[in-house]
Write a protein that binds this ligand. Structure first.
Ligand code: AMP
Ligand code: MG
Length: 410
C-alpha cells in the first residue's frame, strides 16, 4: 500500500502529450490550443453602425447651436441600408442614410443618430439634438487588429475563444490530441439497466458512470464493454481495448476476491504494475499499469468495483491524468479550504475522501458531510460540492478544523 500523494505522483508523471490534431471549432470546447493563433483580419472588418438609426455627417450639426430646445437639423434621406448590404454611395452635406445595426458606415458619414431620436417624413429626417463625431460608430479593428495574437498556445478553449475563432473566420483549430479511452466493466453479477433483475444480480451502474465521466473530460470513448469474471474473457477484452485505446479503465475485479481477475489478466499480458493498493478510503485496491501493445504506451487504471470508489478514483486520478495528457496545465482538482461543520472520526492509516456539501458562512466555506461515506453507497454523491481530504495520520478532527476540499468537476 502506498500513500495517496505517492500514487498521484506516479500517475501524473506518466501523463504525456499525444501530439496534435486539427478539429472543427465546435468540437474544441475544453481542448487545449497546440498553436498560437493570430487574427487573419481586423474585427470588425469595416467601420459600422452600432445601432438602428441614421448615418449623418457631424459637420451638418456644427452651426445648429448649443441650446437643446432650439436645435433642429433637416437632412435629405438618401436610401436605406440593411446589415450585410454595402452602400456604395457617399454622404454629402445635408444628407443622411438610414442604417441598421451592423451595416457598414457609408463614405462621408461619421456618426449615427438613433432611430428613436429622429422624425422621418417624405424623404427627409429631422434631428432635434446635437450630434458628435463618432457617436454610435464601431470602428474597424476596435475589437481585434489584424495580426494580433488571439489565442496563445496552451489556452484551454472556452466558449469565448471558440466564438472569437469563428468571428475571425476559422473553421478549425489545432489542439493537443484527446486520448482514446476504453471502459471495461467486470462482474458476473451485473445486469444491463432496462432489463429485469434476477435474484442476486445488481444493475451495472459503473458503465454509465464511467462513460459519462469520460465524456465530461473531452476524451474520446472508443469502447465500453461488460466483461464476465473469466480470465480468458478479461484477457481478450484487454487485448482488444489496447489495440484501439490510449487509456483503459476497468471497474471491479481488482481486489483480493477469488474472481478478481484484472491483475491476473494484466500479468498474462505482461503489463507493468506501477502500483496496486493506495492508503486511501474509498478505493484502496486501485491499480495502475502501463502496457506496451503498440508503439505508444497504453495506461490501465484498475478501479475497484464499488461505485463510490469509481467516482473518487476517477476524480482524483483519471481526470487529472486525462487533463494533463490533453495539455491542461491546471490538471489538479480545484481546491478550497473549508472548516468542518462537525467532528469526524476515522481510523488512522488511510486518507479518507469525505463527501461534503459546502456553504459560505462568515466569509469562509463550511463543509458538512453529505451522509454515509461507504464505498458501496452512491446516493450521498448526488448533491455534493466536493471531497474533503481527511489526512491519513489523524483519527479525529474536531468541528471547526480546517480541511482541504477538492471540488468535484462533473
Ligand atoms: P469487486 O471489486 O469486483 O469485488 O466489486 C466490489 C463491489 O462493487 C461489489 O459489491 C460489486 O457488486 C460492486 N460492483 C462491481 N461492479 C459494479 C458495477 N459495474 N456497477 C455496480 N456495482 C458494481
Ligand atoms: Mg467483481
Amino acid at each position: 500500500m502506498i500513500p495517496y500523494e505517492k500514487a498521484k505522483q506516479l500517475v501524473i508523471a506518466r501523463a504525456k502529450l499525444l501530439g496534435t490534431e486539427t478539429i472543427n471549432i465546435e468540437d474544441a470546447l475544453g481542448k487545449v490550443a497546440a498553436r498560437i493563433v493570430r487574427a487573419p483580419l481586423s474585427l470588425p472588418p469595416f467601420t459600422n453602425s452600432a445601432i438602428d438609426g441614421y448615418a449623418v455627417k457631424s459637420e451638418d450639426f456644427s452651426g445648429a447651436g448649443e441650446e437643446k430646445s432650439k436645435v433642429s437639423v433637416r437632412l435629405r434621406l438618401l436610401a436605406e441600408q440593411r446589415a450585410g448590404v454595402f452602400y456604395g454611395g457617399t454622404i454629402r452635406r445635408g444628407e443622411a442614410l438610414k442604417v441598421m445595426t451592423g451595416a457598414a458606415l457609408p463614405r462621408g458619414a461619421d456618426a449615427v443618430v438613433p432611430r428613436e431620436e429622429v422624425e422621418e417624413s417624405q424623404g427627409y429626417i429631422e434631428v432635434k439634438r446635437q450630434v458628435k463625431k463618432g457617436e454610435n460608430v464601431r470602428l474597424a479593428g476596435e475589437d481585434l487588429k489584424k495580426g494580433q495574437v488571439i489565442i496563445e498556445r496552451g489556452t484551454v478553449l472556452r466558449p469565448p475563444h471558440l466564438g472569437m475563432l469563428a468571428a475571425c473566420g476559422f473553421r478549425q483549430v489545432t489542439v493537443y490530441r484527446s486520448p482514446r479511452v476504453a471502459v471495461l466493466v467486470t462482474g458476473d453479477e451485473l445486469a444491463q439497466p432496462g432489463t429485469s433483475l434476477r435474484r442476486g444480480m445488481i444493475y451495472d451502474s459503473n458503465s454509465t458512470l464511467l462513460q459519462v465521466l469520460v465524456r465530461t473530460t473531452g476524451a474520446r470513448l472508443v469502447a465500453a464493454k461488460r466483461v464476465k469474471d473469466d480470465l480468458k474473457a478479461v484477457i481478450t477484452a484487454f487485448e482488444r481495448a489496447a489495440a484501439i485505446a490510449d487509456i483503459i479503465i476497468t471497474s471491479g475485479g481488482v481486489s483480493v476476491g477469488d474472481y478478481d481477475l484484472v491483475k491476473a489478466a494484466a500479468a498474462v499480458l505482461k503489463a507493468r504494475l506501477v502500483f496496486w493498493q493506495v492508503a486511501q478510503k474509498p478505493a484502496k485496491p486501485l491499480a495502475f499499469y502501463t502496457l506496451s501493445r503498440r508503439k505508444e504506451p497504453v495506461y490501465l487504471f484498475g478501479l475497484p468495483g464499488n461505485p463510490g470508489a469509481v467516482l473518487i478514483s476517477f476524480e482524483e486520478y483519471v481526470r487529472p491524468f486525462i487533463k494533463k495528457v490533453m495539455g491542461w496545465k491546471d490538471y489538479e482538482p480545484r481546491a478550497v479550504e473549508a472548516v468542518l461543520a462537525h467532528e469526524i472520526k476515522k481510523k488512522k492509516g488511510r486518507l479518507n475522501f469525505w463527501r461534503v456539501k459546502l456553504q459560505m458562512e462568515d466569509g469562509q466555506w463550511l463543509a458538512t458531510s453529505a451522509g454515509a461515506q461507504e464505498s458501496g453507497i452512491i446516493s450521498t454523491f448526488a448533491d455534493i460540492h466536493g471531497l474533503a481530504l481527511i489526512p491519513a495520520a489523524c483519527d479525529y478532527l474536531a468541528a471547526g478544523t480546517k480541511v482541504k476540499v477538492h471540488l468535484v468537476d462533473w
